[in-house]
Design a protein around this ligand. Sequence first.
Ligand code: S3P
Length: 453
Amino acid sequence: MQGPAPLSAKLVETPFSGAPLHTATQERLVRPARNVLGSLRLPGDKSISHRYGMLAAFAEGVSRFTNFSTGADCASTLACMQALGASVRKLDDGAVEVTGVAGRVTPTSQPLDCGNSGSTMRMISGLLAPQEGTFTLVGDESLSRRPMERIRKPLEAMGARLTLTEGHAPITIQGGALKAIDYTTPVPSAQVKTCVLLAGLQTEGTTIVREALRTRDHSELALRAFGAVLTRNLESISIAGPQKLHAIEAAVPGDISSAAFFLAAASIFPGSSLVLDALGLNPTRAALLDVLTTLGAHIAVLDLEEKNAELVGTVQITALPDGLRSAEISGGLAAQLIDELPVLAAIAPYTAGGIRIRDARELRVKESDRIALVAKNLRAMGAEVEEFEDGLDVPGGQKLHGATIDSGGDHRIAMAFAVAALRAEGETLIQGSESAAISFPEFFDLLDMVADR
Ligand code: S3P
């Protein structure tokens, strides 16, 4: 009997890993809708899948995951871990099986291709810095522009040697035994926090990471699920190394950042009703539900359960006939909502009082300059918008018309404007629509399913 195909073969076949994504750009026409109705179960959370994939590949034993993210970013993490000696298979039932390297990766002279994924590059650097050998990490054009000093600093403080290219990838890591540090992250970043924790996991002594604002805590929860001991209080996490990890079996909760597009779409149509089940509702990720409630949508959370310390539940959203009010997103809230800000800004013209976003400078160094692209595309659709270094003011009470959208190859920009297009007058053409597959390959098909036209 033939066994399941190795994932590597699938990765080579997929048009979404590495270079093809940026050479074969596609366009997608989005027609207006009258309403948003239905119920969906979304693919696995990208942040959790990265961590489960990486930790399983590093652990001892065979881990198995259902509802693993279908996005190209998580495929990049799995491909890198395969190149480092882990084995990854996609089973016939869709589950992903990962056999780990039991704490010691196989050195490789081949560059590790992180594709478009900042999470892969920053987190894997922490995993590799304490390992013997020299590792090179590369990424696509967008990832090669993104700031990497933020991981070089703590890893060098621990004793690793990292060479960057003008502050960016390609990165060369000269790995070896490190020393524990007490590190305060200068900007809120779960990726940087994870990078330091993964290095601390393998390092003699207690490594402490302090953050002014608690960023998404999937790494802390996942490390514990894989058997690591760590302690945390309101502003710090401590991990005493070295520690070993064991394999786990888990169902990955649906991705709330992908759900954001559907929740936003439902919220702009009075009379809409959408149910999303098995959705990840980790409190460090769920601020969007509060903002949508403030805006005036009605949200009910049902069947809340805990799985591997992650909260999972069903979310039901109904938009009320009065429409949406206004919101101000700044300070810690902006950091917590960083991935959801593009879609909130894109629907802001449809609110009564507008949405004001500040303290979101990080948006400029994501897969694209998201502040500039949101402003450009809102203007293309006829909206008035004011751009700031760290945010945007989008007045409410505006009508949008269909336009050609420049996604900049950024998945969240492509999806955000597909949502705005649902209530615009006329059709909208999303250029670079294939970028949705970075986090959410099923996006356009699911949007067609729930958009009532
Ligand atoms: C992520 C953290 C955030 C987020 C990204 C995923 C993670 O980035 O924007 O999409 O999984 O840890 P930063 O760590 O740069 O804030």
